[in-house]
Ligand binder design. Structure first.
Ligand SMILES: [Zn+2]
Length: 405
């Protein structure tokens, strides 16, 4: 999409750079410039400066510099088009219409409606959690050691046992049955008519990278089945192209991303300060998700459960990461089952140490396959070595292969 210079200029003028960057970097005024810790390299004393007069930023440490557009492109990994749209929206400038076909415009319209109804549902669940009927959900979350602040940050909510109250509420807000069902918030059957999909569950709103609610995960209270229920895929909810927690993790800048199995793991990690944690959405990790992660880090540390299913899921994920050109490492959570339990028992410092010691994924693969062989038996040992040799052939670069040998 091409935007005329005067439009680009208008958007730039209406978004003061100091204003925009203060949303990301804590800055102090010094003379006519503002200074803060550079978001593009690690530093202890501020060498990142923003000039209000020039409407430019520059870092004396790493040389990063540019205007309000380049800042967002660097920081948020936006394309120019995404950056200008974001800023135009912020300043209330309307961008010239793209020459959308009727079809595309209708889709855009539908998407906006689905986002709106999801947002309203999230709001409803959020208030339910704080109501008398929601206490069972609230207690559950507190028992899982989540703070009020964390519950709020993730917008957690509750769907109580009545099976049509959300639908009624949404209809009272003017949403039609059809849209509510299309959003995956309700279903239909002969006996009950249109009824809520989620009930008696703690609700986890799933947000896209821009903090928009695109779906839900619900954890049942008690022993009902299934334990976790997720929104179906919709026009705005593509499970293979979103990750839980990415809306926060995308700006964590830890140099790596921690990939967990479940929502609770992600939340427990964020609460302990590891805001680089994400999880796939009730499905196994996909190539689409790996490509998404590549925008934010080169290294992904797997924090999967240490049981058999977790190990298998980790082995699958390693292959997908490699395919996407990412370095995978595996976290040792023993003697605990998952990151949530680990954090509760051993705490942040030990966890940090384990992150540093995360195992190279190739060695992890070897260690796991070694268990399938009897190394005391020469024949079995030979088969094991053959398997290693075969794996080594997977490195296309000679230097890399040599190093592993
Ligand atoms: Zn810098």
């Amino acid at each position: 999409m091409y935007y005329p210079d005067e439009v680009v200029e208008e958007v730039r003028m209406k978004n003061d750079i100091v204003d925009v960057i203060s949303g990301y970097v804590k800055m102090q005024r010094r003379g006519s410039n503002y200074f803060g810790l550079c978001p593009f390299h690690n530093e202890k004393s501020p060498s990142f400066s923003v000039s209000q007069i020039k409407q430019m930023y520059y870092c004396f440490g790493c040389g990063a510099g540019g205007n309000v557009f380049t800042f967002l492109m660097e920081y948020e990994n936006y394309s120019f088009e995404e950056a200008i749209k974001f800023l135009a929206d912020k300043a209330g400038v309307s961008l010239p219409e793209t020459d959308y076909s009727v079809e595309a415009r209708r889709n855009e319209n539908k998407r906006a409606k689905l986002l709106a109804v999801n947002k309203e549902a999230a709001r409803y669940f959020y208030y339910q959690l704080r109501s008398q009927k929601g206490q069972v959900g609230y207690r559950y979350l507190r028992e899982r050691a989540l703070s009020d602040e964390t519950i709020k940050k993730f917008g957690l909510g509750f769907a109580h046992v009545t099976s049509d109250d959300l639908t009624k509420y949404l209809k009272s807000k003017g949403y039609e049955d059809k849209l509510i069902m299309e959003a995956g918030l309700a279903g239909f059957d002969e006996k009950y008519g249109v009824h809520d999909k989620f009930w008696n569950r703690v609700m986890f709103p799933i947000q896209d990278g821009n903090h928009r609610v695109i779906g839900f995960g619900g954890r049942v209270m008690g022993d009902g089945k299934p334990k976790y229920l997720n929104s179906p895929e919709t026009m705005i909810f593509d499970k293979s192209k979103n990750l839980y927690g990415l809306n926060f993790a995308r700006t964590a800048r830890a140099g790596h991303i921690i990939l967990c199995e479940g929502y609770m793991d992600v939340i427990a990690m964020h609460q302990s300060g590891f805001t680089q944690a994400v999880a796939s959405l009730g499905t196994s990790f996909t190539a689409g998700q790996a490509n998404l992660l590549r925008r934010y880090a080169k290294e992904v540390i797997l924090a999967y459960d240490s049981d058999g299913a977790g190990v298998n899921a980790a082995l699958r994920a390693i292959g997908i990461l490699k395919e996407a050109g990412l370095t995978g490492k595996v976290l040792n959570l023993e003697p605990y089952k998952d990151p949530d339990e680990f954090m509760k028992n051993l705490g942040e410092d030990v966890f940090k140490e384990r992150l540093r010691q995360a195992e190279n994924s190739f060695f992890f693969e070897l260690r796991m396959s070694e268990k399938n062989y009897n190394l005391k038996d020469p024949e079995s040992k030979t088969r094991f070595h053959r398997e290693i040799a075969q794996k080594l052939c997977g490195f296309s670069e000679e230097v890399e292969r040599e190093n592993y040998i």
